[in-house]
Design a protein around this ligand. Structure first.
Ligand SMILES: [Mg+2]
Length: 126
């Protein structure tokens, strides 16, 4: 099975590094983006199998970026996992309404995330 590619989008560089390295340790190929423009450029260069999406981004936020991806035939099927620091029920609802497939609260639970991602990617990579 080919290695799965994950795009991590987060404007906080420490979070971006942490999440990216966590995914690399799980064996995924990781692209990184610090905002919506960088994410769209990365997606255009090589479509990811899944996106780990911080919702709070400068400029176009993660909700709008998810809606944008959902509206386009070439990106509408890419699973999006929303990542947010705010453990608010309303945020989870907004993420799901925008088209996200799952929702996780920072700090990332390193015991749960790999299983969740493997499930969304359709199969374990191990
Ligand atoms: Mg942020």
């Amino acid at each position: 099975m080919p290695v799965k590619r994950i795009l991590v989008v987060d404007d906080n560089l420490a979070n971006l590094k942490l999440a990216s390295e966590m995914m690399e340790c799980e064996g995924y190929l990781v692209d990184r983006a610090i905002d919506a423009d960088a994410a769209l450029a990365a997606i255009a260069a090589h479509a990811p199998d899944l996106i780990l999406m911080d919702l709070a981004l400068p400029g176009m936020d993660g909700l709008d970026l998810t809606r944008h991806l959902r509206s386009r035939p070439e990106t509408c099927r890419i699973p999006v996992v929303a990542l947010t620091a705010f453990a608010m029920k309303r945020d989870e609802e907004r993420a799901m309404e925008a088209g996200c497939d799952a929702y996780i609260v920072k700090p990332i639970d390193t015991r749960k995330l790999p299983g969740m991602l493997a499930g969304l990617l359709g199969a374990s990579i191990r």
